[in-house]
Write a protein that binds this ligand. Structure first.
Ligand SMILES: CC(=O)N[C@H]1[C@@H](OP(=O)(O)OP(=O)(O)OC[C@H]2O[C@@H](n3ccc(=O)[nH]c3=O)[C@H](O)[C@@H]2O)O[C@H](CO)[C@@H](O)[C@@H]1O[C@H](C)C(=O)N[C@@H](C)C(=O)N[C@H](CCC(=O)O)C(=O)O
Ligand SMILES: Nc1ncnc2c1ncn2[C@@H]1O[C@H](COP(=O)(O)OP(=O)(O)OP(=O)(O)O)[C@@H](O)[C@H]1O
Ligand SMILES: N[C@H](CCC[C@H](N)C(=O)O)C(=O)O
Ligand SMILES: [Mg+2]
Length: 486
């Protein structure tokens, strides 16, 4: 239990109606979760406005309401707290409620369009292997040292986030590595957190459904770096044209990594094969198990971060060379028939191009590349035609199929993908709406030596159709089919 006044430190309070001496047992931003003694924050969202539920929250027992405007009717015994921005205040209140856990950990945030899960996961595993207790907050799963906590978002809401961080502190963790999505920055999910550092991977096309313009998407990512303190480091990819933009208004200590341009941390790709990458990192040649030139960037980002967190260079490289990638990221099997199947989470045009150009670089020459690809429903529609065209440009055969259609009509999503395919690429594309059938067909088509890329869903264990998540595991189905045909 904690008193209202202690929760409000740093929350940007404009005015208060009622006492701040009351004790609060729970904080929430969803009126349906209010229980007697709760604080309810009314947040303006994308489809509703939390202010509509203030009355209901008070009736259900909320004793404190955080809002941007007072309701017409204020109830006795309830304290109303007016703030400039409820979502931002909620982040600070959540931190205070859980004892400001980010002050007690060295928290590093990773942002960018692609590579966040890979970099954050590698950092987590690296620090665990170096002998520390660490935490991970990621798209695939969260970890409190060796306890797994299922993940619902790339970056959770501020209450779940601070609760996770507090559990990490209780478990004795020294470090936490987390993904920072652009949604999280705009929705203030990270407000009130103290970061030891921030890492930028890259910026390409995604989430324009939410941010509307590329500029707004860029500003969201930049917002994370603008908010870092002067004791924190900001490590950016100097080969990405937006790397420098991220640093424009940050008060943090600025560092860069690069393969091509000048950078504080430099690497060169010596070999890029199916068995891994041979990199020259600051004069030292090291083999890594991760595949593909984009992973050279991810590895260098991890290396730079570890050094900025004062780790020993030789130990970092030794451990890093033993680590494998995150689940569902260039996750491959070679069937007895000699057909290679790759499951990858590529769900942006840039990621699709990267994974296919990697396959192109490492294949021996004569094999066919068959790509199975769909696009998520209720997500950025503008990436659909581009992803289909990129897949065709880089493959011998493409099967257009469903990803997570969510509330949309799967056929319509596929039609939008088809619209992006140029006349000369049309002959390569085939549509099979049912994802399982698409996988079966690809395995049937493939000959020994051929490569099947199953893009878009990576680690996901479900397919979301009209609000229902049906069990679906790309890797499991692909393996079943590959072995059946062997
Ligand atoms: C579009 C979006 O990002 N929505 C997120 C947002 O919800 P919202 O604020 O828009 O919700 P809303 O429905 O408009 O409701 C507004 C407010 O009214 C409240 N409410 C609503 C109904 C009611 O009866 N009572 C009540 O109090 C809601 O709790 C909310 O506070 O804030 C919620 C709490 O943080 C999130 O759970 C929710 O994520 C939805 C489920 C989602 O799908 N988000 C995806 C797009 C997302 O966040 N993705 C990113 C990036 C992915 C990546 O690239 O890796 C991520 O970080 O996961
Ligand atoms: N540094 C990188 N540059 C470009 N593409 C990458 C990079 N790292 C990974 N990818 C590609 O992007 C896909 C997603 O990678 P990862 O899950 O690490 O990114 P993410 O930023 O966490 O994605 P999301 O925002 O959806 O959670 C991978 O499966 C791979 O195809
Ligand atoms: N975190 C990303 C994942 C997309 C994965 C893809 N399978 C899809 O459903 O679009 C998002 O929510 O946009
Ligand atoms: Mg991720």
């Amino acid at each position: 239990m904690i008193r209202i006044k202690e929760l409000l430190t740093g929350a940007g309070v404009l005015s208060i109606e009622g006492t701040t001496e009351l004790e609060i047992g729970k904080i929430c931003f969803d009126s349906r979760q209010v229980t007697p003694g709760s604080l309810f924050a009314a947040v303006r969202g994308t489809s509703a406005d939390g202010h509509q539920f203030v009355q209901k929250a008070a009736e259900t027992g909320a004793v404190a309401i955080v809002c941007e405007e007072y309701p017409a009717v204020m109830q006795d015994g309830v304290t109303y707290i007016k703030v400039e921005n409820s979502a931002e205040a909620l982040g600070v209140i959540a931190s205070n409620f859980y004892g400001n856990p980010s002050d007690k950990l060295r928290l590093t945030g990773v942002t960018g369009t692609n590579g966040k899960t890979t970099v954050a996961t590698l950092l987590f595993r690296l620090f665990e292997e170096l002998g520390y207790k660490a935490g991970l907050i990621s798209t695939v799963e969260n970890y409190i040292h060796n306890t797994v906590v299922p993940s619902t978002h790339t970056t959770p809401d501020p209450i779940s986030l601070n609760q996770l961080l507090a559990e990490m502190v209780d478990a004795g963790c020294d470090y936490c590595f987390m993904e920072v999505s652009s949604h999280a920055v705009v929705q203030h999910r990270i407000s009130g957190l103290k970061f030891a550092g921030g890492v930028f991977t890259n910026l390409t096309h995604d989430h324009l459904d939410f941010h509307k313009t590329f500029r707004a998407y860029l500003e969201a990512k930049k917002g994370f770096f603008d908010g870092l303190g002067k004791d924190a480091f900001a490590l950016v990819n100097a080969d990405d044209k937006n790397g420098a933009v991220m640093l424009q208004n940050t008060g943090a200590w600025q560092k860069t990594y690069a393969l091509k341009n000048m950078g504080d941390f430099k690497a060169k790709i010596i070999e890029n094969e199916l068995s891994g990458l041979l990199l020259d990192i600051e004069g030292q040649e090291v083999w890594f198990k991760l595949v593909g030139s984009f992973n050279a960037y991810n590895l260098l980002a991890v290396y730079g971060t570890a050094l900025l967190l004062e780790q020993d260079k030789a130990k970092v490289l030794t451990v890093l060379s033993r680590l494998t990638g995150a689940e569902g990221r260039f996750d491959y099997v070679i069937a007895p028939s000699g057909i290679m199947g790759i499951v990858d989470f590529a769900h942006t045009p840039d990621a699709v191009q990267n994974v296919l150009s990697t396959i192109h670089d490492i294949r021996k020459g004569t094999e066919q590349v068959i790509t199975i690809i769909g696009c998520g429903g209720d997500r950025d529609k503008t990436k659909r035609p581009v992803m289909a065209q990129v897949a065709c440009d880089w493959s011998d055969k493409v099967i257009l199929t469903s990803d997570n259609p969510r509330s949309e009509d799967p056929q319509e999503i596929i039609r939008e993908m088809e619209a992006g395919i140029s006349p000369e690429n049309k002959r390569k594309a085939l549509t099979i709406t049912d994802r399982r059938e698409a996988i079966k067909t690809a395995c049937h088509f493939a000959k020994p030596g051929d490569i099947i890329l199953l893009a878009g869903k990576g680690h996901e264990k479900y397919q979301e159709i009209k609000g229902v998540k049906y069990p679906f595991d790309d890797k499991k189905i692909l393996i079943e089919q590959l072995y059946q045909n062997s």
